[in-house]
Design a protein around this ligand. Structure first.
Ligand code: NAD
Ligand code: IPM
Ligand code: MN
Length: 367
């Protein structure tokens, strides 16, 4: 069997900075755990635009279709803000998600004990938090037609369309119920069935799918209430199932429960490939953070934990994923903090690279 293949797409801003730390981790697993990967690297986002005039070259797209997992840093930044919409960096990422058909986006929000004090919420509200947001990723208002900016009389109109088919809702729902079966057997589905027809259909289909999972307790919540409940009492949730746009917003919100957006990993999964593993892309939830890019301040943990998800979901290495997550937990328990995680003045933050080194040292200590 050839070594499993990984395509690394560092992207823009802090993307390449956090990915440098992930490479250290990949090397460590190769050297110390015998997990050899065939790693290749390419451009996405603004970096790809600079070279090819578009945010994802066709050859890169083809490579992504043929690897066991893609690891992506982040895309976007002010240098590209004025580009034509069709070639903006974000279009590169959206093309990857759409053409790889990565319909199920897993965004786990876990509050590590060492950071419970640091959340902007009270400690007892977040301590021990462990929720999983399942965001539908290939449809909804991100992709629905008609879309565009059109002339209408003497003014222009901007149009995007929320559109969901039953099968799109069903496959995202199944992935949420499957996850719930391996967790605390609760799914809360969030939409706005009170004002949107797509929400009515969403609720109906999710309820139908739930019949196949009688052990799982299903509840429904309007997404606006869901946002409020996430900051009021987040531990009431186990798995949250939601659409593309609500999932984008709710997951940034959930990030702050864990202490920082720099902590939240994600896995975007599609249908199983020939080897039985899902087509997959792993990326931190955060963006390219232009305000801190190039300063060595970025927290690499979200990207490192995204690689832990790759170990679990693409490479069947659950025990090694646990090892990596435990190493991150130990580093945090030891008080190592990047600037985004500093609660009090007078504590010296570590750099992106020092944080990566600390995780490697904790991995080493785990042997
Ligand atoms: P952002 O996530 O880049 O940053 C939001 C805030 O969080 C900033 O203050 C930033 O410094 C901080 N932050 C984010 N990640 C951090 C980390 N790892 N360590 C420390 N602090 C961190 O969101 P934004 O500013 O709204 O967007 C900037 C650019 O990134 C935009 O072009 C946007 O489209 C893009 N973006 C890309 C992705 C992605 O590639 N998946 C996700 C979100 C935003
Ligand atoms: C995310 C980002 C993306 C999204 C952008 C960059 C396309 O915000 O991954 O959360 O909106 O999905
Ligand atoms: Mn987002």
């Amino acid at each position: 069997m050839p070594n499993p293949s990984i395509l690394i797409l560092p992207g823009d801003g802090i993307g390449p900075e956090v990915m440098t730390e992930v490479r250290k981790i990949i090397t460590w697993f190769g050297d110390k755990r015998g997990l050899q990967f065939g790693v290749s690297e390419d451009l996405v986002g603004g970096a790809a635009y600079d070279k090819h005039g578009k945010p994802l070259a066709d050859e890169t797209m083809a490579k992504a279709q043929n690897v066991d997992a893609v690891l992506l840093g982040a895309v976007g930044g002010p240098a590209y803000d004025d580009l034509d919409f069709s070639v903006k960096p974000e279009r590169g990422l959206l093309r990857l998600r759409k053409e790889m058909d990565l319909y199920s986006n897993l965004r786990p929000a876990q509050c590590f004990d060492a950071l419970a004090d640091f959340s902007s919420l009270k400690k007892d509200i977040v301590a021990g938090l462990d929720i999983m947001i399942v965001r539908e990723l290939t449809s909804g208002v991100y992709f629905g037609e008609p879309r565009g900016i059109f002339e209408e009389g003497n003014e222009r109109v901007g149009i995007n369309t929320q559109r969901y088919t039953e099968s799109e809702i069903e496959r995202a729902a199944r992935s949420a119920f499957e996850l719930a079966m391996r967790r605390n057997k609760k799914v809360c589905s969030m939409e706005k069935a009170n004002v949107m027809e797509s929400g009515i259909l969403w609720r109906e289909v999710v309820t139908r799918v739930a019949a196949d999972y009688p052990e799982v307790e299903l509840s429904h919540m309007y997404a606006d209430n869901g946002a409020m409940q996430l900051v009021r009492a987040p531990k009431q949730f186990d798995v949250i199932l939601t659409d593309n746009l609500f999932g984008d917003i709710l997951s940034d919100c959930a990030a702050m429960l864990t202490g920082s957006l720099g902590m939240l990993p994600s896995a975007s999964l599609g249908a199983p490939m020939e080897n039985g593993r899902p087509k997959a892309l792993y990326e931190p939830v955060h963006g390219s953070a232009p305000d801190i890019a190039g300063q060595g301040k970025a927290n690499p943990i979200a990207c490192i934990l995204s690689f832990a998800m790759a170990l679990r979901y693409s490479f069947d290495q659950g025990a090694e994923a646990d090892r990596l997550e435990a190493a991150v937990e130990k580093v945090l328990a030891d008080g190592v903090r990047t600037a985004d995680l500093l609660a009090s003045e007078g504590v010296e933050p570590v750099s992106t690279s020092q944080m990566g080194d600390a995780v490697v040292a904790a991995l080493e200590a785990s042997l």
